[in-house]
Design a protein around this ligand. Structure first.
Ligand code: GAR
Length: 199
């Protein structure tokens, strides 16, 4: 089994997309061994528990600095011997040492076509607000390996989504999730896990 640890902060719809593809057999030989939230209220934790997946909250507030927080996350994921960490709507900036430790073994989904509308401050609804303000006609989502720089690192997959007349940030966010994020994130995990198992 290819062991996956998932970091979340909110609703967890991307986590749900991964769970659904494992349960319907599209994502083979994969197991989510832990869902860790930075936020105790995250609905993502409820989604994990509904599917019998161990979930816990490791709040950033509980640690003196991001280095100590990264060490706590690493201790947790190391103990579980995870093969891949997935940032699925994880909104806390990670310490460089943690990122370095999991280099090539940690991926992120971002709701824009990187290098547009990304980097510090561009999370959640903000990339969509910025896309509408700029007036782009096409946006989308990106899955990439995580580098110490925010929203940087080798791109694994991207999918374009059309902006439509009258879109609000919320409507555009939902379309980008449905048409792009929920597809390319499980697909990227499938590719990485099959390469790992096959190699
Ligand atoms: C998703 O749109 C994800 O791409 C974004 O947060 C949302 C989380 O939704 N992540 C970022 O902005 C990271 N830079 P979810 O909790 O329903 O998966």
């Amino acid at each position: 089994m290819f062991k996956i640890g998932i970091l979340v902060s909110g609703g967890g719809s991307n986590l749900q997309a991964i769970i659904d593809r494992i349960e319907d057999g599209t994502l083979k030989d994969c197991q989510i061994v832990s869902v860790v939230s930075s936020n105790p209220e995250a609905y993502a934790l409820e989604r994990a528990s509904k599917h019998g997946i161990p979930g816990l909250c490791i709040p950033r507030k509980g640690y003196a600095d991001s280095k100590a927080y990264g060490e706590a996350l690493a201790a947790h994921f190391d103990a579980l011997q995870v093969d891949l960490i997935v940032l699925a709507g994880f909104l806390t900036i990670l310490d460089a040492a943690f990122v370095e430790k999991y280099k090539g073994r940690m991926i992120n989904v971002h709701p824009s076509l990187i290098p547009s509308f990304c980097g510090p401050g561009f999370y959640g609804l903000r990339p969509h607000i910025a896309a509408l303000e700029y007036g782009v006609k096409v946006t989308g989502a990106t899955v990439h390996y995580v580098d110490p720089e925010v929203d940087a690192g080798p791109i694994i997959a991207q999918k374009a989504v059309y902006v439509q007349e009258g879109d609000t940030p919320e409507v555009l966010q939902r379309r980008v999730m449905e048409e792009a994020e929920w597809k390319i994130l499980p697909e990227a995990i499938g590719k990485i896990s099959q390469a790992h198992i096959g190699g």
